[in-house]
Ligand binder design. Structure first.
Ligand SMILES: Cc1cc2nc3c(=O)[nH]c(=O)nc-3n(C[C@H](O)[C@H](O)[C@H](O)COP(=O)(O)OP(=O)(O)OC[C@H]3O[C@@H](n4cnc5c(N)ncnc54)[C@H](O)[C@@H]3O)c2cc1C
Length: 434
């Protein structure tokens, strides 16, 4: 067993053995969940994370269905006791200023899971990792996986560069395991190396985001609400996520070549889009930006394969669909849970085939596709959720089901029968004109 001892410098240090039952690449929500649950099953798990913990990460807004995995992990009381703002609803603002009524999750579901949280990911992800350590997972930070080792077509371990506290100098080490779980996030370590990653041509988006202090918040129950604000002309949209200490995360997303055209800076583009969003400007009158601008792009993709002999993908390492409905952490947690159960069965039966390790694929993709179709509708010119709901009020609960993350619920996809083929044009053809 390595010592998963956390030092003030943010390192889980110590030497690493030459073999484990399972190696997990990445200590984000997917890696932390899958390793916590496998350790709970009694398996010998090693998580290799290249950064120190806590580490900064985009993606602060949770959706209600995260509750069930967080409950299984035993973290609900810790979240309740935290200072993370409570989120009861999401509200859409179209064309820069037209507010829709908020979607209050508890009008749909009276269970306490209808309320969720807005979280700084550094602290939330640290909470998940600490929980995995408590359950017996071994964590090594400063551990950059360089290669997944194969014998024939079977993954048998990894080659990793280990740095940080406890090591006099950087060392490269081979570690063996019958199962390698890739939870490396958008790095998509294995999908990239095995050329399985397919980027979505209709979702070639880019995002610029930053943080403000002193932005206007609604009172009471609405204080922690996520706002999704389309700009005038709908070339982009902003998220508005209230965090602790009067900080708000505000990010702007649009077609990649529109957001990152030559000769402009992220700040100039962000301000250009803010000028198209009067509703948001109003909220920022007394606000001060308190962080740099961050950028990210081309994050909607999927792997054509979920697993192979001795390896399996988990969370963003398998796929991600656009940030608009805040589905990422939920899918990372849910994916972590599903992959943990699958790998546990594989370890029990000693069947490490791709068929066994990827047995979760079809059911999971059905859920993922429900998010994807709703994302497509959001970006389809001329499509209006307001009009759709007026014409098809019977699908309101299906819509809320998807917004809260109940994408695996039987019948939830019926809404798409009425919605038809909503398909945004390819972003690769998006003109750059301002
Ligand atoms: C613009 C944007 C906004 C978003 N907003 C939201 C939101 O509001 N709500 C939400 O739920 N989701 C949001 N997401 C998505 C969310 O952030 C991700 O879906 C989530 O972090 C996925 O978790 P993960 O564990 O799969 O990957 P990650 O959280 O990315 O974790 C992967 C880990 O693997 C490590 N790693 C990578 N390569 C290696 C290697 N070779 N060796 C060792 N370690 C490695 C990384 O350092 C990282 O810590 C957003 C995403 C984007 C792009």
């Amino acid at each position: 067993m390595i010592q998963s001892t956390y030092t003030p410098s943010g390192e889980y240090s110590g030497s690493v053995r030459s073999s484990y039952d399972v190696i997990v690449i990445g200590g984000g929500p997917a890696g932390a969940t899958v390793s916590a649950l496998l350790a709970e099953y009694g398996h010998d798990v090693l998580v290799l994370e290249r950064h120190s913990i806590p580490r900064f990460h985009v993606g602060e807004s949770l959706i209600p269905e995260t509750y069930w995995t967080l409950q299984r992990l035993g973290l609900i009381d810790e979240l309740k006791a935290s200072a993370f703002p409570k989120k009861f609803s999401v509200q859409f603002v179209s064309d820069g200023w037209k507010e829709s009524a908020p979607f209050y999750f508890d009008m749909h579901n009276s269970h306490e899971s209808a309320q969720t949280w807005q979280v700084e990911r550094a602290d939330f992800d640290k909470m998940l990792i600490e929980n995995a350590v408590r359950k017996g997972a071994n964590i090594r930070t400063g551990a950059q996986v360089l290669e997944v080792l194969f014998e024939g077509d079977r993954a048998v371990g990894v080659r990793v560069k280990l740095t940080g506290a406890g090591d006099a100098e950087t060392v490269t080490q081979e570690i063996k395991a019958p199962v390698v779980i890739d939870a490396s996030g958008t790095s998509a370590f294995l999908a990239n190396r095995l050329k399985l990653k397919v980027s979505d041509p209709c979702l070639q988006k880019g995002t610029i985001w930053t943080y403000f202090k002193g932005a206007q918040r609604d009172p009471g129950k609405d204080e922690g609400a996520t706002l999704i604000l389309q700009t005038e002309g709908k070339r982009s949209w902003f998220w508005y996520i209230p965090l602790r200490d009067d900080v708000v995360s505000i990010g702007c997303t649009g077609a990649m070549n529109y957001m990152f055209s030559k000769g402009t800076t992220p700040e100039a583009t962000y301000q250009r889009e803010l000028a198209r969003c009067p509703y948001l400007q109003k909220r920022l009158v007394n606000a001060t930006r308190c962080m740099d601008y961050f950028t990210t792009r081309d994050y909607s993709y999927r792997s054509t394969q979920a697993a192979g002999n001795g390896w399996v993908l988990c969370g963003d390492a398998f796929g991600f669909v656009d940030p608009v409905y805040s589905s990422g952490v939920y899918l990372a947690l849910k994916g972590g849970e599903i992959v943990a159960d699958t790998v546990h069965e594989a370890l029990e039966s000693k069947d490490f085939s791709g068929a066994k390790l990827g047995a979760w694929h079809d059911g999971y993709v059905e859920g993922l596709d429900n998010f994807k179709k709703l994302v497509y509708a959001f970006y389809t010119p001329g499509f209006s959720f307001g009009n759709f709901m007026r014409e098809h009020p019977q699908y309101r609960s299906n819509l809320i089901d998807i917004l809260v993350g109940a994408v695996f619920k039987p019948g939830v996809s019926d809404i798409f029968k009425a919605m038809g083929d909503v398909m945004p044009p390819s972003d690769r053809e998006e003109p750059v004109a301002m």
